[in-house]
Design a protein around this ligand. Structure first.
Ligand code: NAD
Length: 485
């Protein structure tokens, strides 16, 4: 196993008020590619969360709170440059910590830089309105930060999610408390080190690694927090929204999905095919917007399944540092969950259309699962309804446009959908009929789409991050009406 690259921070520390503090309690961080211990990290609890929220509150009344929007933007741009300069280091950390293939980890580091660039450039471009009211009066709106914002993020795309959420919150002048996931938190700490190098004022960003039920729950329930951004599972999303309700604070929930790609018989299959598999298996399928359901119009169903199967049979599974197509899952728990899904498929004799070759030299102790294509699967089968969060895709046929929309909308989720068709009218009809937050037509994912508002409907959550829209979410409107005669 490659060793961790030299760190410019102490991995066992948490970061509060611009200082690295030794943590009394720690947790082991595992390398998913071989199950070895990678580092020891902080296990923060209510006391550290209290201190972090207090530091953030103080920052709002200190140098951070006194910066102009343009100055905040410049700081974010400086952070973006530093992320770019250190992108190989960041990618290395993510490769080892998340078990993410190198190319994908590099893409995440570049996305973090791009988020900081986007929000750095946008910081001074969010304006209020002037509103015509009665004669002799002027009314206008101010967009103000919420105050202290909490950011609870998962392990699957730490850099991207920190970029879209913390980046936007800082641009609007909030002071942030970031709780990374216990399974992978090195790049969250590296992000704090980069913020420090860039000269971000103390307290504007605080990082409290730890367990969800300890640090996460304490942060979500903290009365000093004015907004919560949560990315993670539906079950924890419910807890977060309940905690937010007690303090009557707004919450953005970015939750799971069972996103379909819909392939019509008139689609350009050569363009669609690579995306059908890649968008399902990126990060070993541990992607909220993974294309985990493929809906194919009957006349091309066999052809699409056969071509997807060819791709599955060419996939390389391996440790993240060898930059395979599919790396390990994040943990033994996640591995057991996905293996349980495959066991169920086997017990119920679902049709396995293809599997990836299984190398005999995978590192012992790694959390690998064999990528599997199931086709056809009945639309109401739990494997076609529930998020698996692993390298497993299900394919099902449909007859016509109405059938496709019914199937696509027929789960509890509504995050993303892909549509492959050359018919312009159908493109526009589906864009409106699909119940989800993003519709991609003749593509899937728009290359990451830092600029594009992102979020779900139904059990995929509510609120929007990414794009300019996030700046509205991380700020609140104040109306001023002035009577001047
Ligand atoms: P999770 O909900 O278990 O954990 C996410 C975060 O919440 C972690 O930091 C965790 O420590 C914290 N947490 C756990 N319990 C908590 C509690 N009781 N109180 C407060 N915080 C708590 O999710 P996961 O399994 O780590 O991530 C996978 C899920 O995240 C999937 O469902 C996936 O679809 C979703 N996800 C969604 C998006 C999106 O943008 N919509 C992006 C990535 C992942």
């Amino acid at each position: 196993m490659p060793a961790l690259p030299p760190l410019s921070f102490d991995a066992a520390c948490h970061f509060i008020d611009g200082r690295w503090l030794a943590s009394a309690r720690t947790l082991p961080l595992l390398n998913p590619s071989d199950g070895s211990t990678l580092a020891t990290v902080a296990r923060c609890g209510a006391a550290e969360v209290d201190a972090a929220v207090a530091a953030a509150r103080a920052a709002l009344g200190g140098p951070w709170g006194r910066l102009s929007a343009a100055e905040r933007g410049r700081l974010l741009l400086r952070m973006s440059t530093l992320v770019l300069e250190q992108s190989e280091w960041l990618a290395e950390l993510e490769t080892l910590d998340v078990g993410k293939p190198r190319r994908q980890a590099r893409a995440d580091a570049l996305a973090l830089a791009r988020y900081l660039e986007f929000y750095g450039g946008a910081a001074d471009k969010v304006h209020g309105q002037t509103i015509p009211v009665a004669q002799g009066s002027t009314a206008f709106t101010l967009r103000e930060p919420h105050g202290v914002t909490a950011h609870i993020v998962p392990w699957n795309y730490p850099m991207q999610i920190i970029g879209r959420s913390v980046g936007a919150a800082l641009a609007m002048g909030n002071a942030c408390v970031l709780k990374p996931a216990e399974e992978a938190c090195l790049t969250a700490l590296a992000f704090a080190a980069i913020a420090e190098q860039a000269g971000l004022p103390a307290g504007a960003l605080n990082v409290v690694p730890g367990l969800g039920e300890e640090a996460g729950a304490a942060l979500a329930a903290h009365p000093g927090v004015q907004h919560i951004s949560f990315t993670g599972s539906v079950a924890v999303g419910r807890l977060i929204q309940t905690a937010a309700a007690q303090n009557l604070v707004p919450v953005t929930l970015e939750l799971g999905g069972k996103s379909p790609q819909i392939v019509f018989a008139d689609a350009d299959l050569e363009t669609a095919l690579p995306s059908l598999v890649n968008a399902g298996l990126q990060n070993a399928g541990q992607t909220c917007s993974a294309a985990s359901r493929i809906l194919v119009q009957r006349p091309v169903f066999d052809q699409v399944v056969a071509r997807m199967g060819e791709r599955y049979r060419s996939l390389r599974v391996g440790p993240a540092w060898l930059d395979p197509d599919v790396g390990p899952l994040i943990s033994a728990r996640q591995q057991a969950h996905v293996q349980g899904c495959l066991q169920r498929a086997s017990t119920e004799q679902l049709s396995v259309a293809a599997q990836a070759p299984w190398p005999d030299d995978l590192p012992a102790g790694g959390f690998y699962v064999r990528p599997t294509l199931l086709a056809p699967v009945a639309a109401d089968h739990p494997l076609a309804q529930d998020e698996i969060f692993g390298p497993v895709q299900v394919v099902m046929p449909f007859e016509d446009e109405t059938d496709a929309v019914t199937l696509a909308n027929g789960t509890a989720y509504g995050l993303v959908a892909g549509v492959w068709t050359r018919d312009g009218g159908r493109q526009m009809r589906l864009a409106r009929q699909l119940q989800c937050g993003q519709v991609f037509i003749n593509n899937y994912g728009a290359g990451g789409g830092v600029e594009l508002p992102f979020g779900g409907v139904k059990h995929s959550g509510h609120g929007r991050e990414k794009g300019f829209e996030a700046l509205f979410g991380f700020s609140v409107v104040k109306t001023v009406a002035l009577q001047h005669g």
